[in-house]
Structure formats: structure tokens, C-alpha cells
Design a protein around this ligand. Structure first.
Ligand code: ADP
Ligand code: MG
Length: 263
């Protein structure tokens, strides 16, 4: 991870940490059903600038759905979602530019299989941000070197390991200079020996002041960088506390039960 550390001092990914504390993501009374299934129940959540939230909870509790509502990959039935004070646009150009402000990294790497690593990272800045190709390539190489895969730039995704592909996915999201990054179980599809190389990149981002919402059961990561742990079960947020409080002193039986199974 020396690449990241070396460039971090000269050019931070997240400039402007001075106005930290401003709410960047706000969900208020968010409700969502899939048919008869009440998947999100009165979700209220605020992520301030520079904050790192870790979301945990049993499978099926609505964690992915909640993340997907934040960049409108899923619609909601009622309630309000704001990014940096602005309500989520319904469609069109405004929606595209909102999506550019919210970077997302999924469990499966989702790279474009028929494009090189470099093209994967330059595509959106060229198409959505109208960057010229040379500038986009410069930015992409900078980001690829920060996540330690610059030497793979001309390869195809299938030639990279899972851990390398996931680091490319992070670089690709960062290339849009997002205000907030959402991670949905970014390491759960990886072979164990590759988990840390991805978590290291996430820790580095957190230390640089990136605002992050991470669904992950990597408790070491949560303890190291989370400002808050959010515990979800059955579509509800049952607890929001510091990692110390959550791990040492969970308040609900659901959280105690959950922790007894994963720790
Ligand atoms: P988690 O990420 O916490 O495991 P999800 O948000 O993926 O939970 O899913 C919450 C619930 O919603 C689950 O019961 C799941 O089966 C259901 N679900 C998720 N996506 C859909 C969908 N597109 N259509 C219908 N049900 C869905
Ligand atoms: Mg999920």
C-alpha cells in the first residue's frame, strides 16, 4: 500500500475536510415494500461529511436495499433521501449527476469484462463528466497507482485476481470524485487472503476523510475506522452507536444474538 501513502501527502482524494460535520446523506422516515415484504421500516439515518458508518445485521435485513435507495438504484415508497442537502432527483441528467456523487462498490466486482482496466476507470469520467481522454487517463493512472494496480492498466479484468478487481472497482468509483462512497460487502466474495488488500484501501480512504457507508461484517475494520455502527434487522435500524459501545454493550437481544454468531 506504499503507492497510496506516497501520493496521499501531496494530493488527498478528499480535499476540503474543513467543513466536516455537514450532513451529506440523510434518510428520513424511509419506507419500502417489495410486494408484501416490508423491507425498509421508518429508516432514519444521517451520515455527516467525513464520517464512516459500518452497517451490520443478519442476511435479509435490508442492508443492500437501503444502500441501493441512496443512489436510486431502488425507489422508495415514502420518506425522504437527500444527498448534500438536495432531494434525490427522479430521472434524467440530474439523476446521472447524483449517481456520480455517490460511488458504489458491490460484492461482485462488476467491472466491464470487455474493457481494459484503464478503460474501466476512464469510461464514466469521459462520458458523464465530459473529461478529455488524456486527462481521464491521467486521473485513472493516478487512482490505479493509489490502489496498487497501476501495472495492470492494460489488462482485461479476467486477468486480475478478485482482490485486484475489487481495488479497480474502488478506483473506478473514485474517478467520479464522489462525495460519498457506498460499499456493499466488498470483501465477502473474495478469497480470504485477498480481503486485507481491499480493506487496506478502504482504511486509507477513511483516513483521508472520505465519507463512507460500508455494509461489512469485517469487525476489525469496523473497530479501526467506524465512527458509528448501525445495526439493522427485519428492515429496521435497531441500534446506532460507537463501535466500542456496540461490540461491548449491545442493547437489543437481536444485536446480542447477531454478535454471538459472528464474533
Ligand atoms: P441484506 O442486504 O441485509 O441481506 P437485502 O436488502 O438484500 O438484505 O434484502 C432484504 C429483503 O428483501 C430480503 O428478504 C430479500 O429477499 C428481499 N429482496 C431484495 N431484493 C428484492 C427484489 N428485487 N425483489 C423482491 N424482494 C427482494
Ligand atoms: Mg446484502
Amino acid at each position: 500500500m506504499t503507492d497510496i501513502k506516497e501520493t496521499q501527502e501531496t494530493r488527498p482524494i478528499m480535499p476540503g475536510a474543513e467543513d466536516s460535520g455537514r450532513p451529506l446523506v440523510e434518510l428520513t422516515h424511509v419506507e419500502k415494500h417489495y410486494g408484501d415484504l416490508h423491507v425498509l421500516k421508518d429508516i432514519n439515518l444521517t451520515v455527516k461529511k467525513g464520517e464512516v458508518l459500518v452497517i451490520v445485521g443478519p442476511s435479509g435485513s435490508g442492508k443492500s436495499t437501503m444502500c441501493r435507495t441512496i443512489n436510486r438504484l431502488e425507489t422508495i415508497d415514502s420518506g425522504d433521501i437527500r444527498i448534500d442537502g438536495k432531494p434525490l432527483p427522479q430521472e434524467g441528467k440530474e439523476l446521472a449527476s447524483l449517481r456520480a456523487e455517490v460511488g458504489m462498490v458491490f460484492q461482485s466486482f462488476n467491472l466491464f469484462a470487455n474493457k481494459t482496466i484503464l478503460e474501466n476507470v476512464t469510461l464514466a469520467p469521459i462520458k458523464v463528466r465530459h473529461m478529455d481522454k488524456k486527462a481521464a487517463e491521467g486521473l485513472a493512472m493516478d487512482l490505479l497507482s493509489r490502489v496498487g494496480v497501476a501495472s495492470q492498466a492494460s489488462k482485461m479484468p479476467s486477468q486480475l485476481s478478485g482482490g485486484q478487481q475489487q481495488r479497480v472497482a474502488i478506483a473506478r468509483a473514485l474517478a467520479m470524485q464522489p462525495k460519498v462512497m457506498l460499499f456493499d460487502e466488498p470483501t465477502s466474495a473474495l478469497d480470504p487472503e485477498m480481503v486485507n488488500e481491499v480493506l487496506d484501501v478502504m482504511v486509507e480512504l477513511a483516513h483521508e476523510g472520505m465519507t463512507m457507508l460500508c455494509v461489512t461484517h469485517e469487525m476489525g475494520f469496523a473497530r479501526k475506522v467506524a465512527d458509528k455502527v448501525v445495526f439493522m434487522a427485519d428492515g429496521q435500524i435497531l441500534e446506532q452507536s460507537t463501535p466500542e459501545d456496540f461490540f461491548e454493550n449491545p442493547k437489543t437481544d437481536r444485536a446480542k444474538d447477531f454478535l454471538s454468531k459472528i464474533l
